[in-house]
Every structure is written in structure tokens, then in C-alpha cells.
Design a protein around this ligand. Sequence first.
Ligand code: MG
Length: 351
Amino acid sequence: MTALRDEYDGLLLDLDGTLYRGRDAVPHAVESIRNAPKTRPLYITNNASRSVSDVAEHLSELGFPVCPANVVTSAQAAAALVAELVPAGARVLVVGTEALAAEITDAGLKPVREVTDAPEAVVQGHSPYTDWSVLAEAALAIRAGAVWVAANLDATLPTERGLLPGNGSMVAALRTATDRTPHVAGKPGAQIFHSAVTRAGLSAPLVVGDRLDTDIAGAHAAGLPSLYVMTGVSQPLDVLLAAPAQRPDFLAEDLRCLAQSAAELRPRPQADWKVTRTLTTVTVEALANTACEIGALRAIAAEVWIQAEPDWKKLVIRGTAAHHVLQTWPGHVGVSRGEGASPSVSVEFDD
Ligand SMILES: [Mg+2]
């Protein structure tokens, strides 16, 4: 058996919800990465406000094997994308932190802060100090025809106090004010993964993350395989209802799966779960006491992902054994996709 970690020469790792939650490392994450010496870990963050060395220091304190060369931020990806779109040495209006301005300089461009500096591009990343006057400069530059690159479109920023407005919320303000749409460098854009792969010279990278709408969607955009872990934001039923462009190749509970074979982690029928389906109802039943939640997820995904769009309406969890393992699942679950279809299903127990 070849372990998943030995089939890829690099892991493009999401941070929050995959490697840590708040101040603590996710259980099993540190040792799982440390036990994978043949694959290079690259730490990918959509947050453009923290510098590479800050991110590396935080990861190192938690115990992850990290050097600054293995950290890729959306600020770096945004700078790389701007550099592709405007001539070398061009002036770039920075809406964001000094860390973002430094990346613009490193990319061979000239960071400026006012529209009177005649910028050819606007780069926008999160900063707690972005106020109306900063957005006003950017709006004028964008209206005058400057190329506009957003580090990411994350609507919210998770903090100890709750969800605060993220870069996507400030981008939305400028979209409203300019009627323009930015290029996006971070996830779910492909640039951040392209930057990481190019820098590390990887030939077989695997994207690893907890969010279908950013990590897994970004992997699809970049044409890379992906692994979903259940330790963060996206929940099992989100996975089952995912659109094709947000479906991962591998499904796992946590990063201990790196020691398992690829075949074990793919959606496929499981010996200890029975999944049956009528037109709109999927029924799942445990066949052995070894049945676990992630097995149910792989077995049901194998059944329902045959279709591009979810057309099932009900999931029945049959029998006490299945009930016990999947006790958090019942309820009414919907997935919002913004524009277009927002599929939903009800999940019920049945003895
Ligand atoms: Mg995450």
C-alpha cells in the first residue's frame, strides 16, 4: 500500500480549520505533517494582512515544521497577479497593510497610496485601517481604468470576538461604487495555488482544506486534486450537496488520513454501510459495528455524486447503529450558492 502522503511531492495546506482552530492546533495535525517527510508542506493563507514571517512564527509555535519559504499568502499571490497584468515598475495603489505593500515592492512594482500618483493597478487586501478615504482613492483609480486585483473575497474574518467584515466586504463596497469586478488572487481563485506550485517546483501537489467554497473550489480552478478534512467549516451534508466544482477527490476525518491509501479515501461503496436510493430518497444503514461517520460520507457521496446536481430531497438514517454514528446529521440542510440553485434536503431517523 502506498500512503497518500507518498503519492504527492507537495501538500498545499489550508491553515484555519485544517491545521489550527483559534489558538490550538487541530488534533493529529502536527504529527501527521511531521510524519510525512517525503512531501513538502506549503502553508497557504488567504489572509493578506499578516506577513510571511508572522504566519511562519505562529505555525512554528504550534509545532509545525515550517520555514518562511514554505508560506504562501494571498498578498504574495496578489502581487504576482498584478505583476502579470501591468508592466514592470508600474505604480500600484495599495488598499491594505504594509505587508501587502512590501509584496508589491518585491514583485518589482511601486506601491503608492493616492490616485494623484497615477497608479496603473489597485491591489486590495484586508487591513483594519481601511476607511472611506482609502476606498475613495481606490474608487477613483479603478474608474480611471486601473487594473484591480483583490487578495481574496472572504466576506468575514473569524476572530475571538466573532465574525468581522473581511476583505470581501470591502471589495463589495468598491464593486458597488465602481460597477467593476476585480481579479481574485486568493482562494477560490487559482493564482495562490499556481504561485505555490511554481515557487516550490512541485510536479504532483495535493490541495488540503476544510472549506468546499474556497479550498476545494480553488483546487478545481487550478486543476489540482484535493482532500477535504472534516475538522473545520464545511460539514458532511455540505459535501453531499456540493456542486461538481466543489467536490473533493478524497474525504477524511482529519490529517491522520495522510498515512492511508488513496483508494481508501475516495468516495466509494463501503463494506460496513448500505446505501439505497429511490427517486428522491437516499437511505443509509450500518452493517457492522465498525461503521464510522466518514465511511458513511464516502458511501453516500459515491451514490449521490453520480448526478451533477443533487436531485434527492431526503436522507433516511435507518436503525439504531446508524442513528448512533450519525446523530448530528438530522435536520433540514440547505446549501446557499449565491446566484442559481440552492439545494436542500431533510435528514430523518427511522427505526
Ligand atoms: Mg480553512
